[in-house]
Design a protein around this ligand. Structure first.
Ligand code: PEP
Ligand code: MN
Length: 337
């Protein structure tokens, strides 16, 4: 970290900052120029809060040298992380394809959709049994019964299953059934929840919070990684902006940005970004072209009857036709789907 002092800083000011740096376990390197004095704090600057210096009247600015996240950074690991689960992978040349309904609605429904998405090329089956709904009166998910439906569909299709965990109290239950645990956008900064899934040996999909910056998102991933679980799949699902034409604004730029900053795989969820079934395909194509390592797509047999997110859900036939077209986009950027 570099601390640039204002003109007129006295020896006393320099000494005060030097002592503060030492007290934090780092060493200070002082460079006195003609106009300015610059102090370098050498050591693990992640232990220092830049604000503790920025607030001092004699400090002009503070520059970070290292990113505030470490384990999930490209500096820490150059090679892309590839996560293997249930015979499928996330990361690497082959794109991962998570597909299934927003909510698990029953045994037959899950086995039915599972079969349809599997034959269309999906590599994972998704479905929520615990749903984060804006209204307490809306369908909240089937709970454990829903998890059992997912397992039944896994047995029928061979697809590993991904489902959302909303509350640390449900962790043992959800982890018993799920192959991949999803942390939803609304819980991206539920740090206790992140800490708990960090202790698991199970892949975690970390969705981007709807108002989270890329740095905040990666800091949340760092929470999980710092507990020992490095099997993290980042998922861009759109952010909230002033635009109302779509449910969220799909931040396609976040994909290459995150891939340059982190070794973790990044998938995209165009369904929640768009909020409309008709927009899913163009956003999915853009995500693949931008370097996404996979997609998450909501599919429902009868979207008009879905208990959640019907308007953005594709019918199985439309999903299958879309996958065929997206294969050409994948091929154009050296990936397979
Ligand atoms: C979901 O995947 O159904 C979901 C609720 O997603 P998000 O957390 O991105 O809103
Ligand atoms: Mn949904």
């Amino acid at each position: 970290m570099i601390i640039v002092l204002r003109r007129g800083a006295t020896e006393q000011d320099v000494l005060q900052i030097e002592e503060a740096i030492k007290a934090m376990g780092l060493t200070a390197h002082i460079s006195r120029g003609v106009e300015r004095t610059i102090i370098g704090a050498i050591g693990d600057e992640r232990k220092i809060d830049p604000e503790s210096f920025e607030g001092l009247p004699i400090v002009e600015k503070v520059l970070r040298i290292l990113s505030p996240f470490r384990l999930v950074s490209r500096e820490f690991q150059k090679e892309d992380t590839v996560i293997s689960v249930g015979g499928k992978t996330v990361g690497g040349k082959a794109l991962a394809l998570f597909a299934g309904p927003c909510s698990v609605e029953g045994h037959e429904m899950m086995v039915g959709i599972g079969g349809r998405v599997a034959s269309a090329g999906a590599t994972f089956l998704r479905g929520g049994a615990f749903k984060p709904r804006t209204s307490p009166y809306a369908f909240q998910g089937m709970g454990e019964e829903g998890l059992k439906c997912l397992v039944e569909a896994r047995e029928a299709t061979g697809l590993p299953v991904a489902t959302e965990l909303m509350d640390p109290r449900d962790l043992d239950l959800v982890a018993r059934y799920a192959d991949v645990i999803q942390i939803g956008a609304r819980n991206m900064q539920n740090f206790r929840l992140l800490t708990e899934v960090g202790k698991l040996d199970k892949p975690v999909i970390l969705k981007r919070g709807m108002s989270a910056t890329v740095q905040e998102w990666l800091m949340s991933a760092e929470y999980i990684a710092s507990e020992g679980n490095q099997k993290i799949i980042l998922c861009e699902r759109g952010i909230r902006t002033y635009e109302t034409a779509t449910r969220n604004t799909f931040d396609v730029s976040a994909i290459p940005v995150v891939k340059s900053l982190s070794h973790l795989p990044v998938i995209a969820d165009p369904s929640h970004a768009a909020g409309k079934a008709g927009l899913v395909e163009p956003l999915a194509g853009a995500a693949i072209a931008a370097g996404a390592d996979g997609l998450m797509i909501e599919v429902h047999q009868q979207p008009e009857r879905a208990l959640s997110d019907g308007p953005q859900s594709l019918k199985p036939d439309a999903f299958a036709a879309m996958v065929v077209r997206l294969r050409r986009v994948a091929e154009a950027v050296g990936r397979t789907l």
